[in-house]
Design a protein around this ligand. Sequence first.
Ligand code: ADP
Length: 456
Amino acid sequence: MTWLLSRLLMALGAALFGFVVGAVVQSATGIDSLALGLGVVAGVLLVLLVDAVRGNRLLSWLRGNQHDSAPRDTGLWGELGYRVERAMRDRDRAVARGRLELEQFLSAIEASPNGVLLLDSHEQIVWCNRVAADHFALDPQRDLLQRITNLVRAPAFVAYLQAGSYAEPLVLGNGRGPGTLSIIVREYGEGMRLVLTLDITERVRNEAMRRDFVANVSHEIRTPLTVLSGFIETLHTLPLTAVERERVIALMTQQTDRMQTLVADLLTLAQLEGSPRPAPDRWVGLDGLLLRIAADAEALSGGRHRLRLTPGTGVELAGVESELLSAVANLVTNAVRYTPDGGEIEVAWRLLEDGSGELTVIDTGPGIAREHIARLTERFYRVDGSRSRETGGTGLGLSIVKHVMQRHGGELMIQSEVGKGSRFRLVFPAARMRHTSDSALGDEAAFSGAAALSDH
Ligand code: ADP
């Protein structure tokens, strides 16, 4: 209330001024009423003048950009200026705080792995983060305030947006490529819509792979089961001779063996997927492993192929023995199974320049056409299904090899040419290899020689 006091003082000053003016007029003219009138007019004019000057100072500050502080007057005008300035500074601070919060909020949404897009009631893009822009192939700056349906023209999307019923998400091909998007829309405010996009390509692919896997396993098991139940029926209903009986039982054994191999391979795969990475300090002698594999390969070939092996590599590999054995054995067994009689199979080891080691299984078999090579490590993928099954294949061998190599930090590489043969290379990283002797440069030996060594 200090302004009231100064206002009273000003009124008092103006009255005093009026009184002085009146007294001067009265002594000059001797007319009382004129002196009184002029005294009052002078007092009021003084108040008006002071108010006009101060009011104008405040007005010109208000009309400006208000960067300086308000005029520091005393009394009512000073108080008014101070209050107006404080209210304005408070508002500016609130606006700046609001802007900062909005920026932080938007950068949080920007960092989201999901796409976020805001639409106004006319389906115009109000804002979108980079992920949403990428999903819909938009430009986050240029396409602002554009109608989304002019930019994303997929009929399913347009229909979904315009139908106005968003209980279920829409699954749509990604605007940028072959991927799949899940789109969720939520309404808010007055006709505004929030569009959330999620890249579900991986999930869709995994689901498809799981479905295929279950279908494949069921098919692989059902086939021998059907054959077996046919034979059981035959044994039940037909009077067979001893020779026929023997033949049927041999065929039944073949089918059960097939199922057993399949189950064993499935268990191996499940174990590979479920167990931790092999320890880097459990050493397995490669030579011992190769000798065992050579003996098995000799037995499987039964002298139908020429088999050669690099003897005495003197190398140890860090990893799980059963896994490494399974990887190499799968390759050598495949070479024997797919190479026609009289063909040649070679297993060679060499050190590469970067310190890694390479085990190669080479055959002179039928080879594999280029379009199949990339898919060979898929589960149940076969180039020649009947040849694979005839020779007891499950279609899981190379998939197991790939897994084992990945777990050991290595790689499986396949080169092949139809009619010329195949070369399967297992590359082991230097970190998982060590040498126990200098015999890595030894001459090649026949498998049978190597196998004989293992008998000692
Ligand atoms: P399978 O049990 O059918 O042999 P794999 O996963 O081991 O399954 O191999 C996948 C497919 O790759 C095989 O069905 C076969 O068509 C092809 N394949 C594998 N190894 C060879 C090879 N050495 N020569 C020719 N084809 C091969």
